[in-house]
Write a new protein. Structure first.
Length: 268
């Protein structure tokens, strides 16, 4: 069983600079963390490996600093790690990112199962997984909240589709996008940290991809553009009320009425 998990480093803070020309986030030099949804995808992969055997490979597209995320994945139990890293990939939208990831999957010889987090906390599009499946021509199930069974032929899942719950069965190979709270990710292991300290992490550039079509990668291959991106301005102000309970309650009621959150008159 060959399982591949797509992961991403995301900003660890909302205070991120935006490139005024491209509308992209300036990621270099910004504190990062592993996308929380992807940790659920990795945990799902590790549990399926325990059940069905095989290997778990982690794949990401990003700068070389993603190596720290890959080391964490090794400490959780991943077998191999690959980073697609090249300046030609910079500025990718959903279509270009999913295409580049599909080239990474093909470079690795494909997979029986590809797992992605439902979405990332920076882009929030929830489109990378389905788009990747389309590039690879394999079936997919999105928003998976539970895996009910898996065997040598395929997998059965529960999809939480907002207003309905759907049960689906997919044959291998296939792709799933996993909900945040579908499983609880295990903690990194100190034993695995020691055992994998010297394990290599493969860095793959544009020239190593099976198809080297620059028109489909990076900013050049991105048909969509972010017109404007900015952090929301913080407008909340703290209000301190003084006096006894009656005075504070009266002052609070007056504030709520002023903001039209309470009726000005009490109706019988």
């Amino acid at each position: 069983m060959k399982i591949l998990v797509c992961m991403k480093q995301v900003p660890a803070t909302s205070q991120v600079e935006v490139d005024p020309e491209t509308g992209s986030l300036k990621r270099l030099g910004t504190d990062t963390r592993t996308n929380p949804y992807d940790l659920s995808a990795l945990e799902t992969a590790l549990r399926l490996r325990e059940q069905l055997g095989g290997t778990v490979t982690v794949l990401t597209m990003g700068p070389a600093q993603a190596e720290s995320m890959m080391r964490d994945a090794y400490m959780m139990g991943a077998d191999d790690a690959v980073i697609l890293s090249d300046r030609k990939f910079a500025g990718s939208d959903v279509l270009a990112t999913s295409y580049t990831l599909s080239q990474g999957v093909r470079l690795l010889g494909g997979a029986d199962l590809i797992l992605c987090g439902r979405q990332t906390t920076d882009g929030d599009t929830a489109q990378i997984g389905p788009a990747l499946a389309e590039h690879l021509g394999i079936p997919h199930a999105a928003w998976v909240s539970e895996i009910t069974s898996a065997d040598e032929t395929g997998i059965e899942v529960v999809q939480n589709l907002a207003s309905v719950e759907q049960r689906s069965r997919l044959n291998w190979p296939c792709l799933l996008t996993v909900e945040l709270n579908s499983v609880v990710p295990r903690l990194p292991s100190y034993r695995l940290k020691r055992e994998t300290a010297d394990r290599p992490i493969r860095i793959v550039g544009f020239d190593e991809l099976p198809e080297r079509n620059l028109s489909l990668c990076g900013l050049v291959g991105s048909p969509t553009r972010v017109e404007k991106m900015f952090p929301p301005a913080a407008k909340a102000k703290n209000v301190h009320l003084e006096g006894g309970p009656e005075q504070e309650a009266g002052a609070l009621v007056a504030i709520l009425r002023e903001k039209k959150l309470l009726e000005t008159e009490v109706r019988a």
